[in-house]
Design a protein around this ligand. Structure first.
Ligand code: ATP
Ligand code: MG
Length: 341
């Protein structure tokens, strides 16, 4: 049996480790919305247990958790069409995460590039949770027997590790096809939105400088200023797509434009080829404001009523548990653990 024989089910998540960025929107949330109402069940999660793998101020964490939920809702995730919840409200994630810590191998974890990037030179001082993060992520996905995982390019390696964990579990316990071999879905022109000040690094919520990213809640002036100051080279935009291959910053801005406008990169180049940045950057800023302003306005409105967000998340958690609990119980049985239920 392959993933195709399991119920088609999408799972993905976003960490409340700061404010949402344009990278999160284009690489993840916008695509989550597109997959909603297609031939999948869609399950989207605010992965707060992942956020605490690095220090989070407790009050800010609660705020960020609600804000990420507000970002999902404002972008078009409909809680009647998708299951939307936060990870801490469904303890089955942590339970399966522990089992997967005992399935995953240290050698596998040592190959994870995200850990190397995030730990940097400080690898001895980071939390054990940061190191084990990918096995909890595997649990998030496999707890629902999810078959498809829409993510940005940076998460591809973790989804592949999830498949390795599923395969090893199924083999070790002779539980053929119990966990599906999920597929990463990495599509569109903005699978890796880059940092506006350094085209070799991805845009991240937790990046050092606010000028390197567009936040979903930035106002029009801030967005215009950040694109104006975005690093580029002095050349005008090329006449063909090939002309972007050695120009990471230019390529990034074209990718962002294409993703925001639902166009291909070719169309953007056809429209702006030969133009200078003085024309392209303001057009990009206008487009970003046009797309983000309604979302940030709606996020603000939702954040005025945090109790309502909490209520929606809790409802989602109840629905998530209905799927997760029998799968977790079966997992315990397969492993030979007496869970007492
Ligand atoms: P952090 O810096 O805390 O890791 P992040 O911005 O990388 O935050 P995550 O919560 O780690 O955000 O990732 C959530 C989703 O957004 C994932 O699917 C990830 O692949 C996607 N994503 C994150 N950054 C980008 C980006 N720059 N371009 C495209 N997709 C992205
Ligand atoms: Mg990240």
């Amino acid at each position: 049996m392959t993933a195709a024989t399991h119920t088609p089910r999408v799972f993905s998540g976003i960490k409340p480790s700061g404010g949402l960025t344009l990278g999160n929107y284009l690489g993840a949330i916008k695509r989550f919305v597109d997959m909603q109402g297609q031939d999948y069940e869609t399950i989207y999660c605010v992965v707060d247990l992942h956020a605490i793998t690095v220090w989070q101020d407790p009050a800010e964490l609660k705020h960020a958790t609600r804000e990420v939920a507000a970002g999902f809702l404002a972008s078009g995730i409909d809680p009647t069409k998708s299951i939307l919840f936060n990870q801490a409200a469904v303890p089955q994630h942590a339970e399966l995460g522990w089992i997967f810590n005992c399935v995953a191998r240290v050698g596998w974890m040592n190959r994870m590039t995200q850990f190397k990037d995030k730990a940097g030179k400080n690898a001895e001082k980071v939390s054990l949770g940061l190191y084990a993060y990918p096995s909890l992520m595997a649990a998030d996905i496999l707890l629902y027997h999810a078959t498809h995982v829409p993510v940005g390019e940076d998460q591809k390696q973790h989804v592949e590790l999830t498949r390795d964990i599923a395969t090893k579990f199924n083999n070790d316990f002779k539980a053929e096809n119990f966990f599906p071999l999920c597929e990463p879905i990495i599509e569109g022109p903005a699978t890796r939105v880059m940092n506006l000040r350094d085209g070799s690094k991805k845009m991240s919520k937790s990046g050092e400088s606010d000028m390197e990213r567009i936040n979903m809640t930035d106002d029009a002036d801030t967005i215009a200023k950040k694109f104006k100051k975005a690093k580029t080279d002095p050349e005008p935009l090329p006449e063909t797509l090939d002309g972007l291959s050695e120009r990471p910053e230019a390529r990034n801005l074209v990718n962002i434009y294409a993703a925001l406008a639902d166009m291909t990169n070719e169309t953007v180049i056809a429209e702006f080829g030969g133009e200078g940045w003085g024309k392209f950057k303001p057009a990009l800023a206008d487009l970003a404001v046009e797309k983000l302003a309604p979302i940030s306005g709606e996020m603000k409105r939702l954040m005025d009523d945090p109790a309502e967000i909490d209520r929606l998340l809790l409802q989602g958690a109840d629905r998530a548990k209905e799927i997760a609990e029998p799968i977790l119980q079966q997992t315990y049985d397969i492993v030979g653990l007496l869970r007492g239920r």
